[in-house]
Design a protein around this ligand. Structure first.
Ligand SMILES: Cc1ncc(C[n+]2csc(CCOP(=O)(O)OP(=O)(O)O)c2C)c(N)n1
Ligand code: SF4
Length: 344
């Protein structure tokens, strides 16, 4: 068996802290194996984790790694990708970290679609802190904080993450190894935000309370709960393992039409000197004229200069070419007024 994937692990830090039989080790190993196949390594890849048993994964990878505060790995990962788009960026964390305290970041990071891959070790519990019910704990599950069975229904990550295209959401388990590796590979190669929801076991603080004696018994339970669906999917049902993905089809934009301003003949227009123009200042019932690029316009009838707004008639009697050339909408506005003359 090819064990070269071990180059991607910080073996000097082993033995790791996880309990025997915990699914997190399988996540780390299989991600490292696929990375090795794809040529991802410390030169081109960064790993980011949050807090939790799962959040320890990035610290065991032989890569530049970031261990962020609880719930914040996506913010750090997106920032790294923004400033170093040449790097592969992946997040390795838990369902509590990503979907509970980090849930808001999950919504918005996925919406912005940065090119990062998230591996969520979804053991359906808060493992590190003692086995409390988390956002993905199935209804009815007995946990430390729900001894009579979890009251609330869980967050359906698959439904949330497939709301807005483009998306890539895969659900797999640590037991369905071939499928698991396919999901890892496809997610790493996906251009944009990809999320792999890996149903995993916390044998010590979830499994035993549910009556499982070994991790293997939990794996068999995953096999009963889920089945693999092949092929391209838009959505996954709650008992399906597979990949749901959608790209956005580019809609060609209609070519923008350039607005052609009508050419107005200058001959026949009444000539004005600057002194003559000044007399049309809007005061004492006089008309309001304004010059722009050699033409004189009558603003008197415009609703913009009636009633209280007539205060604006201080603009009257002036050549405002310089002012209008730097005003955002001034030029477009002036052509709507009647033309009454030209400057000499
Ligand atoms: C701000 C903050 N709140 C709460 C905690 C306590 N805490 C640490 S890990 C954790 C839950 C982790 O659950 P999950 O991400 O599912 O990881 P697991 O341990 O199950 O792998 C919590 C609530 C914390 N460390 N920081
Ligand atoms: S407490 Fe649970 S999640 Fe944490 S290492 Fe042990 S088995 Fe794994």
């Amino acid at each position: 068996m090819d064990r070269s994937y071990k180059e991607l692990l910080k073996l000097r830090r082993f033995p790791h802290t996880w309990c025997p039989g915990c699914g997190i080790g399988a996540v780390l190993k299989n991600v490292a194996m696929v990375m090795k196949e794809l040529g991802w390594n410390y030169k081109n890849t960064v790993a980011v984790s949050g807090i939790g048993c799962s959040g320890r994964m990035s610290g065991y990878m032989n890569l530049d790694a970031l261990h962020t505060p609880h719930g914040r790995p996506l913010t750090a990962a997106e920032a790294i990708k923004t400033v170093r788009s040449d790097l592969n960026v992946m997040v390795l964390s838990g369902d509590g970290d990503l979907a509970s305290i980090g849930g808001n970041h999950l919504l918005h990071t996925s919406r912005r679609n940065p090119d990062i891959t998230v591996f969520c070790n979804d053991n359906e519990i808060y493992g590190l802190t003692g086995g409390q019910a988390g956002p993905t704990t199935p209804q009815g599950t007995k946990t430390l904080t729900s001894p009579r069975g979890e009251h609330h229904s869980p967050l359906r990550l698959g439904r949330i993450l497939t709301q807005q295209a483009p998306y890539f959401y895969a659900r797999t388990t640590v037991y369905h190894l071939n499928h698991f590796k396919t999901c890892i590979r496809e997610a790493l190669l996906w251009k944009g935000f990809s999320f792999v929801d890996i149903i995993s076991d916390c044998i010590e603080l979830n499994g035993r309370r549910l009556g499982f004696k070994t991790a293997h018994q939990m794996f068999k339970w995953f096999d009963e709960r889920f089945h693999i669906v092949e092929g391209e999917r838009d959505q996954l049902q709650e008992d399906e393992l597979g990949i749901a993905k959608a790209v956005v089809k580019e809609v060609p934009r209609p070519a923008e039409k350039e607005e052609v301003k009508p050419e107005i003949p200058m001959e026949g227009l009444k000539p004005f000197t600057l002194e003559e123009l000044e007399r049309f200042d809007g005061q004492e019932g006089r008309p309001i004229y304004m010059a722009y690029q050699g033409k004189v316009y009558d603003l008197s009838a415009s609703p913009l200069f009636q009633g209280e707004k007539r205060m604006r008639c201080h603009l009257g009697g002036k050549d405002l070419t310089k002012d209008l050339d730097i005003a955002p909408h001034g030029e477009d506005l002036i052509f709507k007024f009647p033309l009454v003359g030209k400057m000499e």
